[in-house]
Structure formats: structure tokens, C-alpha cells
Write a protein that binds this ligand. Structure first.
Ligand SMILES: [Cu+2]
Length: 505
């Protein structure tokens, strides 16, 4: 990764200028150049009020070694997986150049950030594509603070090297003006599978959400639709499985261990960057004190034995290292952990083979991190969304609908929901399928206000796991005008219809 600041210094040196001279550049030359994409590296940024962190991201396909003799060809940012950690400062503009060295148009989405549609990185919202062999330069003001990420936002369809099946993922940390919580070290963990293949059905056990209550009418509806489809001789729709599993791009046992000292407090920033999978993470003998969900501080930080993350969810959690040994921190799914989803945590002075001990059964409950007894503000309007699955209806893939409408496979579709700036909206989602959907709202954070019939308040997120045959309600304030995408973050769901657009009217 090259910081433009380096080039700037080189240029200034070559031109015989001092850093002070750049202060004389008029601001207009900066902003005009930015908007029209005409700026070259030889035009300096004004130091006053200018962005102080500039990055270049290069989209290119390279071999990546997940373990010795396990080398995959994937598209990456800057030839590495995960992409470089971008550290921004809340409210300080950043200037980024993205070049595309592949033959396909790309989109880079700033997940979890409140940015304009033009730079958000979704063609459905009108963000221009990064052309093949081309480049774009963008500027935006990072917000809100906390753990975000950037990733490709193209449809993959049946192409298992495109979209989130690729390695086009990297972490973002937006430093808040005041960093909360006490910790000694910070470690980013990017969870990601590779070598995807299609299978017919074969869902894993996903009964980990609390409360487990199902809505009888949704269940009856979904089950009868599925039965009718199978009775007609349809096979189960395609699902995706993986051959290798990694944390920070290395399979378990093939990365440098996380070396810790007794008494150390480590803040883990965990990102589920999977295209399709829900992940869990446990460290035997330790608990995770969850301090933020999707980068947003939680009202009631509390300790849990296991983390669960839907696709694109992030958790920041502090682990106090008080159980010496050599441990595997890994996924609860034995098969996935054995195929790489883990990393070794090694205490100073401890030796031996890494140990894994399965934690006791634990149900994941978002409300655990909310303040009990708090009530959400009433919305100005409630938007209803009924989610349904048509088994194997689109060339063997399940087709997904929101209120009976499947988002077309083309780049654009008219908005289905219309917002007025300043109003507070509630989205009431009803899932008439047995799948868990990590639903994502672009360009806005939302507040979880009800889950499986239980009201709550104070949890701010941008992805939420909507349980099978369950209901959930999320509220957001329409405070960022422009086209806004809402979709399931499961690639094989969003590509086959589970997507809708909001506009501001
Ligand atoms: Cu989904």
C-alpha cells in the first residue's frame, strides 16, 4: 500500500518546494480536481483542512498462500488477503484512488458508513463502476466511528470467483474522537472461506439464535411452499460450500500464533467476511466481553463464551488473558475448524500442541447487550417486508422475494420504498423461510427495536441476523438522502432477488 503522502513528498523534493509552499495552493484546485477525477499525484493536497490519510487500492488477481501447498488464485486488494487495514479518523475527509487491473467492472462498497450514494459502491444506488483496467478517485468523510469494512459489491450469480467469493475484502477502523474502554492490544480477525463449490441443500444446524420462537403462520407458509416444490420433482436450490477456511488469510496452524501474556487485555475486532456463511468463534477457557456490534458501542457490554456473526457482521470484544496455555481459538463447527477456521493463541511460557475444548451450548441473543427495560422511540412510519423463498426457481437457484418482488438480475430497478428526510422509519421484517438472513441497510445505521416478538432498544447495527420463520423490527432515521440499498448479505440470496431500493422523495 502506498500512501499518497509519500509521493507528495517525493514530488515536492523533485520540484524543489518546501512543504510550506503547498499551503499556498488554493482549495478550489483541490476540490475541483477531486470531483472531476483530474487530480494527479503531482498536484498537492492543501495541508490545511486537507485529508491526512490517503490510500491507493489496486484490484488484482494473484496467488494467495492459505497454507503450505494450498495456494488459491483470487482477486484481492493490493495483492494481499485481507486487504490493507484502513485507519480513518472520524470526520476527517479521505482521498482514495481505486484502480482495477481485472477485466470486469468493479464496485468498492464502504460497508457501514454514512456516505453519499455516488461513492457508496453499489451500482444499484448509482455509484459508477470502476472500469476494467481503469481507475477512480473518490473523497468522502468517514463516519460513524468504529469497525467498518470495505468489499466488492458486484453480483456473482453462478460465478464462484466473483462478488464476495473473491478476496475483495479489507477492514476499516474509524478512530473515534474519544476511544472507549481499556485494553492493552488490538487485533483484527478476518474470517473467510475459499475454494467455493455448489451443493444441493445441506444446511447446517443453525439453532443458535435466542429467542428461538418461530411464527407459526410463517412456518406453515414456508413449509407448504417447500413441500409443493419438492412434490413437483424440484431438487433443493443450490447452496455454497467451501474447501478451505481461514483467519486473516491463513488456515489454522499456518499463521503466526497470537502471542499473549497473562493478564493482558486484548481487544479483538472480528469481521465475518464470508460470502454466505454464519460463523462462530470461541477461545477455550476465556470469555469475550462484547463492547461493540458492527462497530457501534453497545449500551450494556457483557461477557459471552461464544461469538456468532452473520455474513458481514462485526464484533469488537475484549478478552482478558487469564487462562494460560496454548489454545485454538476457532469456529464451533468441527469440520470447518479442522479445515482451517481457527488461530492459535499462545501464552508466554506455555508450550505444547494447541488445545480445543468446545464451550457449553450458548444461544446468541442481541438483546443481551441492550439495557433492560429501555423502550425505542415510536417510528413515524412502519414499512412491511415479507420475505419468501421460491425453491430452485431460477436455474436451480432459490429465488427470493420481498413483498412478492424479486430484485431483477440487471443493475437497476426502480425504488420500492420512498422516504422523507428527517423521518424515523421502522422496517418490520417477516421471514417466511427457514434460512437465517443477515440483512443489511446501506448508508444508514439502524436500531434493533424488536426481535422474535421481544421489544428492545439501544443496539445500533448495519447487519442483523433475521432468524428462520422469525420476525424482527429495525428503526432508522432518514438522514442521508440518496438511493439506499437494502439486501440480504448472503451472496446467493442477494444475487437471486433478496434486495430492494429506497429513495428519498
Ligand atoms: Cu438471505
Amino acid at each position: 500500500m502506498e500512501k499518497i503522502g509519500e509521493s507528495r513528498r517525493q514530488f515536492l523534493k523533485a520540484a524543489g518546494l518546501t512543504a510550506g509552499a503547498s499551503l499556498l495552493l488554493p482549495r478550489s484546485s483541490f476540490s475541483q480536481g477531486t470531483m472531476q477525477g483530474e487530480r494527479t499525484q503531482t498536484i498537492d493536497l492543501p495541508i490545511e483542512n486537507g485529508p491526512n490519510v490517503d490510500y491507493k487500492l489496486q484490484i488484482k488477481t494473484v496467488p494467495v498462500e492459505l497454507a503450505p501447498d494450498r495456494i488459491v488464485s483470487i482477486t484481492t486488494y493490493n495483492g494481499q488477503f485481507p486487504g490493507p487495514l484502513l485507519r480513518f479518523k472520524e470526520g476527517q475527509p479521505v482521498f482514495i484512488e481505486i484502480s482495477n487491473e481485472t477485466d470486469t467492472p468493479e464496485q468498492l462498497h464502504w460497508h457501514g458508513q454514512s456516505v453519499p450514494s455516488e461513492v457508496d459502491g453499489a451500482s444499484e444506488e448509482g455509484t459508477p463502476f470502476i472500469p476494467p483496467r481503469g481507475k477512480v478517485r473518490i473523497m468522502f468523510t468517514p463516519k460513524p466511528a468504529g469497525l467498518r469494512f470495505y468489499h466488492t459489491h458486484t453480483r456473482a450469480g453462478a460465478n464462484l470467483s466473483a462478488g464476495m467469493y473473491s478476496g475483495l475484502v479489507g477492514p476499516v477502523y474509524i478512530e473515534p474522537k474519544h476511544e472507549p474502554g481499556k485494553y492493552d492490544r488490538e487485533i483484527f480477525l478476518v474470517l473467510k472461506e475459499f475454494e467455493p463449490t455448489f451443493s444441493r441443500g445441506g444446511d447446517m444446524d443453525m439453532n443458535f439464535l435466542f429467542p428461538p420462537a418461530r411464527v407459526k403462520t410463517l412456518e406453515a407458509q414456508g413449509e407448504s411452499a417447500m413441500k409443493a416444490s419438492l412434490a413437483k420433482g424440484m431438487p433443493h436450490g443450490f447452496e455454497v460450500g467451501y474447501g478451505s477456511f481461514t483467519i486473516n488469510g491463513r488456515m489454522r496452524g499456518h499463521a503466526e500464533p497470537i502471542r499473549v501474556k497473562q493478564g493482558e487485555r486484548v481487544l479483538f475486532h472480528v469481521l465475518n467476511c464470508s460470502a454466505t456463511e454464519i460463523r462462530s468463534l470461541a477461545l477455550p477457557g476465556h470469555t469475550f466481553r462484547v463492547v461493540a456490534l458492527d462497530g457501534n458501542p453497545v449500551p450494556n457490554p457483557s461477557a459471552v463464551p461464544v461469538l456468532w456473526l452473520g455474513t458481514a457482521e462485526r464484533i469488537s470484544a475484549i478478552v482478558e488473558m487469564n487462562h494460560p496455555g496454548v489454545w485454538t481459538m476457532g469456529d464451533l463447527a468441527d469440520d470447518d475448524r479442522r479445515h482451517g477456521m481457527g488461530i492459535v493463541v499462545e501464552y508466554a511460557g506455555s508450550t505444547g500442541k494447541p488445545q480445543w475444548v468446545a464451550p457449553p451450548k450458548f444461544l446468541w441473543n442481541y438483546v443481551h447487550f441492550a439495557k433492560p427495560g429501555t423502550a425505542a422511540q415510536a417510528p413515524d412510519e412502519t414499512l412491511e417486508m415479507l420475505i419468501e423463498k421460491k425453491n430452485a426457481a431460477e436455474e436451480g437457484f432459490n429465488q427470493w422475494t420481498i413483498n412478492g418482488v424479486s430484485f431483477p438480475n440487471t443493475a437497476m430497478a426502480p425504488p420500492s420504498f420512498h422516504l422523507k428526510e428527517g423521518k424515523r422509519y421502522r422496517i418490520r421484517m417477516r421471514n417466511a423461510s427457514d434460512d437465517i438472513h443477515p440483512v443489511h441497510l446501506h448508508r444508514h445505521s439502524f436500531e434493533l427495536t424488536s426481535i422474535a416478538g421481544k421489544p428492545t432498544a439501544g443496539i445500533l447495527k448495519d447487519v442483523l441476523m433475521l432468524g428462520g420463520y422469525q420476525e424482527a423490527e429495525i428503526d432508522f432515521v432518514a438522514d442521508n438522502p440518496g438511493l439506499t440499498l437494502f439486501h440480504c448479505h448472503q451472496q446467493v440470496h442477494m444475487d437471486f432477488g433478496f434486495m430492494t431500493l429506497f429513495d428519498y422523495v
